[in-house]
Design a binder for this molecule. Sequence first.
Ligand code: PUT
Length: 301
Amino acid sequence: MSGGVAAGKKVTVAAVQFACTDVEAENVAAAERLIREAHKKGANIVLIQELFEGHYFCQAQRLDFFQRAKPYKGNPTIIRLQKLAKELEVVIPVSFFEEANNAHYNSVAIIDADGTDLGLYRKSHIPDGPGYQEKFYFNPGDTGFKAFKTKYATVGVGICWDQWFPECARAMVLQGAEILFYPTAIGSEPQDNNLDSREHWKRVMQGHAGANLVPLVASNRIGRETVETEHGKSTITFYGNSFIAGPTGEIVKLANDKDEEVLVAEFDLEEIKSTRHGWGIFRDRRPDLYKVLLTLDGEKS
Ligand code: PUT
């Protein structure tokens, strides 16, 4: 490699984490307070955790929880955060439970720094299993993986379980995403007290950052939440550990598993782009050999 590395497109990203109550107004107020704090620390793009308006209701399969879903257009939380984005000139991906006629999605609206709503991404990979029974509520997202051009950077946003799939990260970066964001809700596993996925969770996403040579921001809630289910009570302790990784997968900022936190890191996207091009992974890809990725069972047709 020869020649200088370009520099000059500095962007500051933030991840916030907090414990949710089950009162929507309290959680939206907490999100606003932490976004303001992130802005004071210089953030241009602020990530809030997944489904932050309430407790993580997917611990239970309850019909009454469908009432928490709201249509995308006219959603009061999105409108409030659009006003905040405009006031502070920050970009805010807003995670919410979306009702679309008879369909329901785990969605995120990308709000640009002038308050414009740039569009929607609907979570593609929907988990199921003890404590995380999302298939009961959410249709698999139909938007496909996207990259959104914001004032400060082109961003890709995957939602929680999407973070375990390298295809999702790659698809977003292929479309021009310069930074990846993952709002999340993950913690203990009600069926197995000895299972703690936090290190695995971080390493997988660090891999996406390193494999695509882009910074990556993950926000996860903290707190112990007990939900009344159809079989009695279920409890998850969410492990926080929100983090910001740099373009070789290195963790540059990391929160703990108990405290409300605002993490901030600055990146030079021009410099990173230059390094990405120099390293050659997007030159040397072989999409002609990847058709097997379009199958479920590995059989080539
Ligand atoms: N948010 C989904 C996590 C699933 C962990 N088993």
